[in-house]
Each structure stands twice: as C-alpha cells, then as structure tokens.
Ligand binder design. Structure first.
Ligand SMILES: Cc1ncc(COP(=O)(O)O)c(C=O)c1O
Length: 393
C-alpha cells in the first residue's frame, strides 16, 4: 500500500526543490470534472491560460504548454529549432545541464560542453570568448540552465545575453527556467531569449505534468528550416491549435484548471513580491547555514539561488544520513545530492507556496537532524534565521 502521509499527524514537509507544495486553492481547482477538450468551455480556458502564462515569462510571444515533464520541454526546444550535426554550446553547471547535454548528443547535435565545477554558473566572459572565436558562426545555439537545481547556483542570464551581443553572434539562446520561473526574476523578451523551457511543479505551484516553451520570433524562423525529426513536440501543430485555445492532442485538462488558479494567485501577490519573498527566504536560509558553520555550495554571492540552498556536509559525512533522519523523525523531505554532488550536499527547497513559518519549520527540522545524524554543526541556525525574518518584514 502506498503511504502518502508519513507522519501520524500534521502535514508532510515537502522541502525538496520541486515538486513543491501544491496550495489548497490549486488542489481545489484541479478537483473538478474533466471537460470535453474540444468543446467551447475548453476554448475559453485554453485562451485564458495561454494568454496569462506570457506574463510569467515576461514575453509578448507565444508560449506552448505540453502535457509533459520538463524533460519534454527540453527536447521540444531542441527539435523545433536545430538540425542534425548542428554545433551547440552548453555549460557544465551541474546535473541538469549535464542531462540536457546528454539529450542534445543523443539527438545528433554536436555539443561543445564547457567544463564546470558545479559551484558556479555560466561565465558570461567564457560565452563571449567562445562565440567571438567562432567567426564562421558554426555555433547555432547557446544553452544555459538559469537555476541549477542540483547546485543552488543561478546563472546571470541578462549578462550572458550581453556577452552574446558583444560577440555579435547570431546563435539562438535557450534557457532552462524549470526551477526559477515564478521564483527568481526572469525576462524572456528583455533578455533576448529565443526558447525558454519551464515546468509546472516548482514556482508555478502545480503538480508535475505540464511543461512550457516560450518562443521568440527568431526561434520561430529557425523552426521553419530545422530538420531534427519532430512530431509530438512540433510547435506548428501546437501554435495552430492554440490560436483558438485548443490543443492538437489531448491536453492535461485538470492541470490547466490548476494553472489558471496558480496564475491568479501569482497575479494577486504580484511577481515582484513573489521574487522578493523568495529572495528573503533564501537569505534567511543562508544565515542559518552560516550559523551552523556549514558551507554553501554556491561560491559566488552574485549567483546564490533564490529558490533553493545547497549545503555541503563536512568531509567524511554523507548527506543521505541527514535526509533519512529528517524524514524518519520529522516527516521532512530534503533534496538529495545529485550526480557529482551525491553524498556531498543536501538541498533545502524554499520555493513555491511557502511562507516564513514554513521556512522556520524546515530549518528547525534540518537543525535537529544535523545533531541526530552526527554531522558536526553548531546550533543557532534557526535563531539566526528568525532574527533576520523578524527584522525584515
Ligand atoms: C533545472 C532543471 N532542469 C530540468 C529538469 C528536468 O525536469 P523534469 O524532471 O520535470 O523532467 C529539472 C528537474 O528537477 C530541473 O530542476
């Protein structure tokens, strides 16, 4: 039997960096009868969410919505714009950048993968240098993960755009915002991003199951001549059906009810406030980490993530033990170390439907678990976070 509630009482603390806690309002919205996805009512819903989702990406261009996880939207970005053998530039910022790179290679793209230490974001200067050297414009696209969920490092997308412009290079610019959209400031149009990839299960406060491509005019033009095979992900069929609010195949109707509600919640709070809330919780978390005497995985203060904090455990200790104690004793799920960071970092998700006291509960669970797991850390992290939260309304 699947045990969905771990603790004997109270709610589970799902503080992994996504999927995030789904607010009751969104759950109630999803819990409605599925309607005919070719009927008039659906068209109204489709037109509304397709129009309003643009505000979240800060774009005037089209956004397509797939019934798929984020990985599907990665694939859609590549197959809609590129051709077999195309050279693309990617950066090893962490686990998710590595997975996207593997996908690009499998699809037949020639990936130049700039090595990284999993503690820094994409270096805009490296982008400029590499593009400037590519005088024949062989590189067709530059890809970056905005917020590396595995490392807690946020790349500076606006600065990368400027670097591409300084090199006067025509490459497409594609950005994964799966763990930053609706949590960390992001501007598709202003930053000249050609394809933005996103998913439903993090800042958008929905269950997993929807993913997105925001598309620029330049990407649409590339789409016309791109030759990688595509069928399910084909933007043309999507965009044609979306004109009237419909989909070329069965959409995830109930998740779209949830999306409509989540968009209403984000509009009520205001995106600027949503970003400020995330930044404030991230700062409180970092103060707790410092007070514990532990090390942040992110090494550059300009790149600290607003949606999660990755914390390094001292040499000779395993983060898995800490997470097992947190789950067993306090019904708290923390993010595990992924890829090269397995065993080395644990991740505290502080994104989505989240408030001061959710953070306090989360940090309390971490502080108690550190002690119980025998990880050498001081107490006082929670106190440091409380002091910050109380003094910064
Ligand atoms: C930054 C980033 N990119 C891509 C993915 C993959 O998305 P999904 O697991 O929804 O397919 C994730 C998942 O956590 C992610 O955090």
């Amino acid at each position: 039997m699947l045990k969905l509630t771990h603790g004997p009482s109270g709610r589970h603390f799902l503080q992994i960096p996504g999927p995030t806690n789904v607010p009751d309002r969104v759950l109630r919205a999803i819990d409605n009868p599925t309607i005919d996805h070719r009927g008039p009512e659906f068209g109204v819903l489709g037109r509304k969410v397709l129009a309003e989702i643009k505000l979240i990406f800060k774009t005037k261009g089209p956004v397509v919505i797939y019934p798929a996880s984020g990985t599907g939207a990665w694939e859609a970005a590549l197959v809609n714009t590129l051709s077999p053998g195309d050279r693309v530039l990617m950066f090893e910022t962490g686990h998710f950048a590595t997975l996207w790179r593997e996908m690009a290679s499998k699809l037949g793209l020639a990936v130049e993968f700039v090595p990284g230490d999993w503690r820094h974001g994409v270096d805009p200067l490296a982008v400029e240098t590499m593009l400037a050297q590519d005088r024949g414009h062989q590189i067709k696209a530059v890809m970056a993960v905005h917020n590396e969920t595995s490392t807690g490092v946020t790349s500076r997308i606006g600065d990368i755009r400027k670097a591409i412009d300084r090199a006067r290079h025509p490459a497409l610019f594609m950005v994964d915002t799966i763990s930053s959209l609706a949590s960390i400031d992001y501007r598709h149009d202003e930053w000249g991003v050609d394809v933005t990839v996103a998913g439903s299960q993090k800042g958008l406060m929905l269950p997993p199951g929807l993913s997105f491509n925001a598309i620029s005019d330049k990407a649409l033009a590339a789409h016309k001549t791109a030759r990688l095979p595509r069928s399910y992900w084909d933007w043309s069929a999507m965009l044609a059906a979306n004109q009237t609010g419909f989909f070329p195949y069965t959409p995830a109707t109930n998740l779209l009810y949830g999306l409509r509600e989540a968009l209403a919640m984000l509009a009520e709070e205001g995106l600027a406030q949503v970003f400020a809330r995330h930044a404030r919780h991230a700062e409180a978390t970092r103060r707790a980490v410092r007070a514990w005497g532990l090390e942040l995985n992110c090494e550059d203060p300009r790149e600290q993530s607003g949606s999660l904090t990755a914390v390094r455990v001292p040499e000779g200790h395993d983060e898995a033990k800490l997470r097992a104690v947190a789950l067993d004793r306090f019904d708290l799920s923390l993010g595990q170390g992924l890829g090269k960071l397995k065993g080395k970092v644990f991740r505290i998700g502080h994104l989505g439907a989240f408030n001061d006291l959710t953070l306090c509960g989360t940090l309390s669970g971490v502080e108690m678990s550190l002690g119980l797991a025998g990880i050498p850390a001081r107490t006082g992290g929670v106190a440091a976070a409380l002091e910050f939260l109380a003094s910064q309304p």
